[in-house]
Design a protein around this ligand. Sequence first.
Ligand code: BTN
Length: 264
Amino acid sequence: MTDLEPSLWMPRLTTRALGRADNHYAHTLTSTNQVLKDMARQGAPHGSLCLCECQTAGRGRMDRQWSSPAGQGLWVSVLLRPAMPAERAPLITFCAALAMAQAVRETTALHARIKWPNDLVLQGRKLCGILLEMGFDAQGMFIVVGTGLNVRRGAYPEELRDRAVSLEECTAVPDRGTVLASYLMALEDAISAVEEKGWQGIAEMYRALSITLGSQVQVIGAECFTGCAEEIDDSGALLVRMEDGTLRRVLAGDVSVRGVMGYV
Ligand code: BTN
């Protein structure tokens, strides 16, 4: 039995819905996001989870592979059927980033920060990535939000050593079930805030942890440019102030954003 076994962490949950519906835990899966999307299409309710020790086809943003070797990380996806218009769905990525930063802080005292749109960063390297996918079924919109947290050193391939990091390299390794329970509780609170107030519901907490807002960034996509990342809008777009004073709206789907000196 590993520390991700639901019977170990479920009794610690104080959530209303997250982690209390259909929880699918397996040793090896293709991708927790993929399996949970299939469960959603078969009617799985809000709050259902899929988690595993090892993914054979873990996916990242922009169709990248996500390395997910057995027992090295927290590979988990959550199914949400939130009460919000579809345009606001990208804000759920920020809820997940905030919630995972909070869970890491509670369980390790490490202060990870958020790089827009979907990375948690520690010591200038990537600790966690988030992949949000949306779909529609008979019940309406659903969202699958998957997080990959590097817990042990073996979580990512050796060639990413200068850009990735794991908890094990920075502190004593926490129990993954405890991190998960803490993440789900913080995620539920952040989603409620966004359902009620949109971006403003989490703006203050997010800004305090963001390494992107207020910084000079390079936007790399079909077009490349540099400017100051000033704000995020209600649809999750980054608002970048150009040197000529104009404001450009950057959508997460198509671009990478880096600090002017490199990854952060
Ligand atoms: C990224 O940084 O590009 C996002 C990485 C997201 C990885 C997680 S691991 C759990 C879930 N299942 C997947 O296939 N991907 C996400």
